[in-house]
Design a binder for this molecule. Structure first.
Ligand code: ATP
Ligand code: MG
Length: 260
């Protein structure tokens, strides 16, 4: 984070053989007066958003992108859902894991996210990764290619997540979404327009939500320590994205100031 860590970061990057390290090093070293010619690449930053499933990663990412438009948003969940919708080979494989609230295997995920990110990394642009990495294996694979500058960790209580996810009901044929707390149907359990029954998404069912939270504790929560050890993580506690976000924003602004 601080400029004093730049040399150790550069040293680390030299010691690995990742494809993008040289670009990354030139970015960091450009802060030295001797290297001003590299300043065009000084702008790129890599941020991650970590947190439990249904903890509002998508919502907070959307707000970050509005205030920090230099970021490209890469959401592993959105990438996967695209593949599922198009019924690609990867989509068909992934769908089964997603339905059961399990993590999609690391090799598939690393390939998918790195393929998507390459176009931005090659241009020296900034990335906001949402939903990836979710395991230490994924984090290590990522660290071969990029140095992560900022990690926003959303720390949301489990009760809030279970309430929020199990409250969402959909009318499958139209995709209309209801929430008993925010947008209840006129008649309980029925679609407003057709009167047909509402259903829960497979991965929003209480037993699946619980499985996803357990999966998080087991596989993803070690990443909090991993990035804390790297000195790039900040945790934000709370139950509402609107309350949490202003704190996230001011932390990111501070990080950007330090990088200038
Ligand atoms: P949020 O609601 O906070 O955006 P989420 O966990 O509900 O988060 P996604 O991030 O969209 O939703 O992920 C949906 C599903 O896709 C996960 O339950 C998992 O099966 C799969 N998935 C997404 N990212 C990964 C990843 N990095 N590794 C393994 N599986 C993943
Ligand atoms: Mg998501």
């Amino acid at each position: 984070m601080s400029s004093s860590s730049a040399s150790s970061v550069a040293a680390k990057a030299v010691s690995t053989s990742g494809q993008y390290n040289s670009r990354y090093i030139s970015k960091k070293m450009s802060s030295s007066p001797m290297m001003m010619e590299a300043s065009a690449e000084e702008e790129s930053h890599f941020a991650l958003i970590l947190g439990k499933p249904g903890g509002g990663k998508g919502t907070i990412s959307g707000k970050i992108l509005k205030d920090f438009p230099q970021f490209h948003h890469v959401s592993s969940g959105d990438l996967l859902r695209n593949h599922v919708r198009k019924e690609t080979t990867l989509g068909i494989k992934a769908a089964q894991y997603m339905k059961e609230g399990k993590l999609v295997p690391d090799d598939l995920m690393v390939g998918l996210v790195m393929d998507e990110s390459t176009q931005y990394l090659e241009k020296g642009e900034s990335l906001l990764l949402d939903g990836f990495p979710r395991t230490v294996v994924q984090a290590k694979a990522l660290s071969d290619s990029v140095h992560i500058d900022m990690v926003v960790n959303l720390d949301i209580p489990n009760e809030t997540i279970v309430e929020r996810l199990t409250d969402r009901w959909i009318h499958e044929p139209s995709g209309r979404i209801y929430s008993y707390a925010y947008k209840p149907p006129k008649v309980e359990g029925l679609d407003d327009e057709t009167g047909e029954p509402l259903v829960q998404r497979h991965d929003d069912k209480p037993e699946t939500v619980r499985a996803r939270l357990e999966q998080y504790d087991e596989s993803t929560s070690p990443l909090v320590q991993y990035y804390e050890n790297n000195g790039v993580l900040k945790s934000f506690h709370g139950t509402q994205s609107d309350v949490i976000y202003p704190k996230v924003k001011s932390w990111l602004e501070k990080c950007f100031d330090h990088h200038q």
